[in-house]
Design a protein around this ligand. Sequence first.
Ligand SMILES: NCc1cccc(NC(=O)c2cccc3[nH]c(C(N)=O)cc23)c1
Length: 232
Amino acid sequence: ILRGSVARPHLKPYMASLQLDGQHVCGGFLIAEQWVLSAAHCAEETDGKLFQVLLGAHSLTEPEPHKRLYQVRAQFPHPGSNIHNNKDDLLLLQLEEKAELNADVRVLPFQREDRDVAADTVCEVAGWGTIDHSGTRPDKLHQVERPVISRDVCNHRTRHDGTVTRNMMCTDSRRKDTCKGDSGGPLVCGGVAEGVVTAGSRVCGNYKKPAIYTRIAPYAAWIDGVMASADG
Ligand SMILES: NCc1cccc(NC(=O)c2cccc3[nH]c(C(N)=O)cc23)c1
């Protein structure tokens, strides 16, 4: 998160850190007791290894009362996701067991109504992604508030030039923005997850390249289907 602030500890109890060999790779969030939603791009360079999911954390390194690292039973990238574009950039992770819910570990509801969030709506996004252009990685969760911009503005020739589909949404990226390692985290508007951070053009903090999110509502049926089929 560029030019945001350290989040209030444990006030985003749905946040997950997707880790490999103890290193934070991407964000994610708890959508059900045994399920985390993130971005498919996060699993691209993992060489087939499964993530571990850290829940209940504020600091990535310090001991905290409800912090716990969960093993992942299975990962389900959306079948339409691919390395060449941002389409269907969603990843479902089934935890090895149900997460123990408490004050620091909570499920976040996601939007099921497929209707665009109005432009200028101020939403918030959090993550353990890089916090400056030197690539400094924070120990503590950061957050930032960002206004939604219309798909037409985001698709302008000088911005994302028509590549933002109806299944995506954008927020203004002037100065304050998401960045490397924030992918997979939720864009939360009015207490509901409306989008999932995607790296998009990978650019951070440049107003010419607004942040792009995969809208969740269009994928509600896919999410329900995977959870139902895997839970048995
Ligand atoms: N503001 C939009 C936004 C949201 C989330 C992430 C990103 N930016 C990256 O993720 C990124 C940035 C720079 C080098 C990079 N190399 C790689 C990589 N996977 O090798 C990713 C990146 C941008």
